[in-house]
Ligand binder design. Structure first.
Ligand SMILES: *Cc1c(COP(=O)(O)O)cnc(C)c1O
Length: 222
């Protein structure tokens, strides 16, 4: 079993290599190390190996893990990649630098309000439900036009891109390329797509941010 540092190097290598693909993004995609449910020892090993960009899917869990470490590592960058409730918007804005899961007017307004109140810049991605799955978070493709218009006219949110999670069992490339096409319509340059099982496909479809948990840290249930 390679060490965490070796796995990190391997992932970075894959990211750099995938730039050769004609559809890959022009710069290196950003590796978001998804630290949810991982033990402290592995988080600290990742920090020691130089990783500074981490993703979490729950506000409270992230506060426990990162509030202190934030002070030790001023160059840390924290990404919220899980669904957000509007009553947690202020806490999320206080802790995170990037929120990937803006997906409805109430959340857009709550995050916008918190950003203005705290005067803290937070970059945002809109999550798109590319598979149109009823149980899944994200804006439906048909509703995106109105939602982008709302974000642009009723808020000052800095929308940097789109995020998706393909349906289980579906060919991920279809969803990644659909997200890419949609993003181009709105001139969004950020594409948050790809997890442990499909990040290499995502990179070859133009991902600018890959969110990788188990392939870096090991399985969460184990
Ligand atoms: C947990 C999670 C990931 C990381 O998943 P792995 O399969 O462990 O890489 C990525 N994105 C989101 C939205 C997640 O919730």
């Amino acid at each position: 079993m390679p060490t965490l540092a070796a796995r990190l190097t391997g992932l970075q290598h894959t990211i750099t290599q995938s730039r050769k693909h004609p559809l890959a993004c022009t710069g290196d995609a950003q590796l978001i190390a998804v630290s949810k449910q991982q033990p402290d020892a592995l988080i600290d090993a990742a920090l020691q190996a130089g990783q500074r960009v981490f993703g979490e899917n729950r506000v409270q869990e992230a506060q426990q893990r990162w509030a202190q470490r934030r002070l030790l590592y001023p160059d840390l960058e924290l990404h919220l990649i899980g669904p957000l409730q509007s009553n947690k918007a202020a806490e999320a804005v206080a802790l995170f630098d990037v929120i990937h899961t803006i997906d409805r007017p109430k959340i857009a307004h709550a995050v916008d309000h918190a950003i203005r109140e705290q005067q803290k810049p937070v970059r945002c991605f809109i999550q798109v439900n590319t598979g149109e799955e009823p149980q899944k978070a994200g804006v439906l493709p048909d509703a995106l036009d109105d939602f982008v218009a709302l974000c642009r006219t009723e808020t000052q949110l800095e929308i940097v891109g789109l995020m998706c999670i393909p349906p289980v069992g579906a060919p991920p490339a279809l969803h990644f390329l659909l997200l890419r096409q949609i993003a181009a319509c709105y001139q969004f340059s950020g594409l948050s797509m790809g997890m442990s099982d499909d990040y290499d496909t995502a990179l070859r479809c133009g991902a600018t941010h890959v969110r990788i948990g188990s392939r870096l840290f090991g399985s969460r249930s184990g």
